[in-house]
Design a protein around this ligand. Structure first.
Ligand code: PBG
Ligand code: ZN
Length: 323
């Protein structure tokens, strides 16, 4: 007599009873890209189904999301004008602050996170202030404006702040700035382990945030480094992050698992633009069963140890999950 593992796979109900991981609409955070204007809904060529929207269109979108059981979004802003320090991000009438106020007023139940960074707002496209001597981002000068930006977004009603710029000390700085201003209960979801990845390509078309010179390798992390990846997340935990993140997701499932095993904090993953674009291109070419590949991919993040999935697939996945 030998041991038969197939015994629990024969009956579909039993298969479900022994299923270890599940996807739910409440696992997802859906990214929205908001720009100035009215009636604007521009599809991004590399990311079918993803749009730059004006605020009026984004509000309609929120209604649709809530109807699908998606009540968590993360906002990215596309400013009117860019300059060397990203001034629009530091103005309470900027695109993000304005959008936050409008969305929270109309849909108080929508949980609205904001991406906190400067690359969309600077004319050079880097994630902070450039130090003219090194031509790289000046870490400590950037911390100061990050704190300013965070306070503006907190005052505008953000439910969670998600700093994505990979500056050292950003969590300490933001936590103390928010606490001093009375926002002691506003959570920080840190993009704690963020690689310098070619998978962000399509995002930079949507967010219009590609660097005009150089790359982000002096602040984002080398994809070859596992120990450093773990250290980055653990450091943000020590600094007081409430939720950690690994980004990108698909090529870094090992790192998701590594971080999961070393922290007790909730863990998010960012299923980034290039990952989405690859599946969409394969769907268009008719070479994969798109829906199944999508669900299998999303499930792999849960299995690797993620609690939260930031994904452009959220709407499609939520529709499938409701059937
Ligand atoms: C901004 C930011 C980026 C992404 C999220 N926040 C781009 C970057 O670092 O260049 C990427 C998201 C995606 O590719 O979907 N710092
Ligand atoms: Zn950035």
């Amino acid at each position: 007599m030998f041991k038969r593992l197939r015994r629990v796979r024969l009956n579909p109900t039993l298969r479900e009873l022994v299923q270890e991981h599940h996807l739910r609409p409440s696992d997802f955070i859906y990214p929205l890209f908001i720009r100035h204007g009215e009636g604007i809904k521009n599809e991004v060529a590399s990311m079918p189904g993803v749009y730059q929207m004006s605020l009026d269109v984004a509000l309609q979108e929120c209604e649709e999301l809530l109807a699908l059981g998606l009540s968590s979004i993360i906002l990215f802003g596309i400013p009117e004008t860019k300059d060397s320090i990203g001034s629009e991000a530091l103005c309470e009438h900027g695109i993000m602050a304005q959008s936050l106020r409008a969305i929270k007023e109309r849909f108080p139940k929508m949980f609205v996170s904001v991406d906190l960074c400067f690359c969309e707002y600077t004319d050079h496209g880097h994630c902070g202030i450039i130090d003219p001597k090194t031509q790289s981002v000046d870490n400590d000068a950037t911390l100061e404006i990050l704190a300013e930006q965070a306070l503006i977004l907190a005052q505008a009603g953000a439910d969670m702040i998600a700093p994505s710029g990979m500056m050292d000390g950003m969590i300490t700085t933001l936590r103390s700035a928010l606490d001093k201003a009375g926002f002691v209960n506003l959570p920080l979801m840190s993009y704690s382990t963020k690689f310098a990845s070619a998978y962000y390509g399509p995002f930079r078309d949507v967010a219009q945030s590609a660097p005009s010179f150089g790359d982000r390798r002096t602040y984002q992390q080398n994809p070859a480094n596992r120990r450093e990846a773990i250290l980055e997340s653990l450091r943000d935990e020590e600094e007081g992050a409430d939720i950690l993140m690994v980004k990108p997701a698909l090529a870094y499932l090992d790192i998701i698992r590594d971080v999961r095993e070393r922290t007790l904090l909730p863990l998010a993953v960012y299923n980034v633009s290039g990952e989405y674009a690859m599946l969409k291109a394969a769907q268009k070419a008719g070479i994969i069963d798109y829906e199944r590949v999508m669900m299998e991919t999303l499930l792999s993040f849960k299995r690797a140890g993620a609690d939260i999935i930031i994904t452009y697939h959220a709407k499609e996945a939520a529709k499938l999950l409701s059937i």
